[in-house]
Design a protein. Structure first.
Length: 384
């Protein structure tokens, strides 16, 4: 099976597996214990923290390890809101945040917190004029993703950071799809808090972090002594070591940019072939800056499930959007926010390449397109 769903998750690299196995076997003590084995585990934790800090351009004390981006997102939004000065109660999300994050937005609304959503334009880019209107003096924080998990569209973080700063509001950025794919330095990003998950860049699942700018007040959602009181619970040291190993393997900014260019070239070649070989292909967000390895598209009006099943039969694993919501048949909320009608949105599939994707794998998919075309029901059959 050729795996083309790297936005859902990525395979752990051998360096990550080795780092985790070494910590599980040799550093299993509690990193908070005062005895020798505990102190040794504490040094492993400190070492991983400084690798993260060095790789992501932040201070070690700004790293709060968590169980992944979902938890880090919760900590950022609930924690920054709880610590906001009186008179600042409103929270502003983008309308295209990760589906799980929008559930948090709805929970806040049900609890009586005023919430606004920043719209996107038909091309998938964030509407900065609306952001200018919505980010005012009563806003506690703005929560914006750096890059969309479905379309790959990049969000104008710097522009929104300037609006948030002018309004005196905090800015949280969900950089889960950005970190590992695009050059990133927390110190230059303009956000007060940034979340990410290790499994999106060949690290383990169930671990991530919130980077929290020094001096920014936050109330923990899971209180406890660990992580300087910002996130309680015994640290998952093997996973944290795996996260650090995955970050270390990303290489320099130049290497990261070269890998992004490689994936973009493969993606563009694939999109050219899809347009040439299949009827009526529409690729969303192709006209705005987007992540290098992703293609979010429909082929005619074939429903996503039909297309994905035929692709799987031919040996390719792709998805119909976010893995977390792809079990349902609801249209993508991202496409809905872009004004795409439901019947069209239900045809959306996501092909996402990654570091482990080879040119031969993309060529295999291109070579399979004529066969795929014969496997699809005819337009008459679809209409019937
Ligand atoms: N935010 C974004 C943009 C994501 O793509 C994901 C994972 N699909 C998450 C948050 C949640 O990450 P995790 O499930 O690792 O907590």
């Amino acid at each position: 099976m050729i795996y083309l769903d790297h936005h859902a998750t990525t395979p752990p690299s051998q360096a990550v597996i080795d780092a985790m196995a070494a910590v599980m076997a040799g550093s299993w003590a509690n990193a908070s214990s005062k005895h020798g084995p505990g102190q040794a585990a504490g040094r492993v934790l400190a070492g991983a923290r400084s690798v993260v800090a060095q790789s992501l351009g932040c201070k070690p004390a700004e790293v709060v390890f968590s169980s992944g981006a979902t938890e880090a997102n919760h900590l950022a939004v609930r924690g920054l809101l709880a610590a906001a000065p009186e008179g600042r109660r409103r929270v502003v999300f983008s309308a295209v945040e990760h589906a799980g994050h929008l559930k948090l937005a709805r929970e806040l609304m049900e609890a009586g917190v005023p919430v606004d959503f920043l719209p996107v334009r038909a091309d998938g880019a964030l509407d900065l004029d609306a952001a200018t209107r919505l980010i005012g003096a009563d806003v506690a924080l703005v929560s914006l993703m750096a890059a969309n998990n479905e379309t790959g569209a990049l969000m104008p973080v710097a522009g929104v950071a300037a609006l948030a700063a002018a309004a005196g509001a905090r800015l949280h950025v969900d950089a889960t799809q950005w970190v590992g794919k695009m050059p990133f330095r927390f110190a230059d990003f303009g956000a007060d808090a940034v979340s990410f998950s290790a499994h999106k860049f060949h690290g383990p699942k169930g671990v991530g972090a919130l980077l929290l700018r020094q001096g920014v007040a936050i109330r923990p959602t899971v209180p406890g002594a660990q992580e300087r009181g910002r996130r309680g619970g015994t640290e998952n040291l093997p996973a944290i070591a795996g996260l650090a190993a995955a970050l270390a393997a990303l290489g320099s900014e130049v290497e990261l940019a070269a890998e992004a260019a490689r994936q973009a070239a493969l993606r563009d070649r694939l999109e050219g072939a899809l347009m040439a070989e299949l009827p009526d292909v529409r690729i969303w967000c192709a006209g705005v800056p987007r992540l290098p390895g992703v293609s979010f598209l429909r082929v005619g009006r074939w429903e996503a499930d039909v297309l994905l099943q035929r692709l799987e039969r031919l040996g390719f694993a792709a998805s119909s959007g976010a893995a977390c919501s792809s079990s349902g048949t609801a249209p993508s909320h991202v496409l809905t926010a872009m004004g795409v009608p439901d019947d069209e949105a239900l045809c959306a599939i996501r092909i996402s390449l990654g570091r482990s994707t080879t040119a031969a794998e993309v060529d295999a998919l291109i070579a399979a397109l004529p066969t795929l075309r014969t496997l699809l029901p005819t337009a008459d059959a679809v209409a019937a």
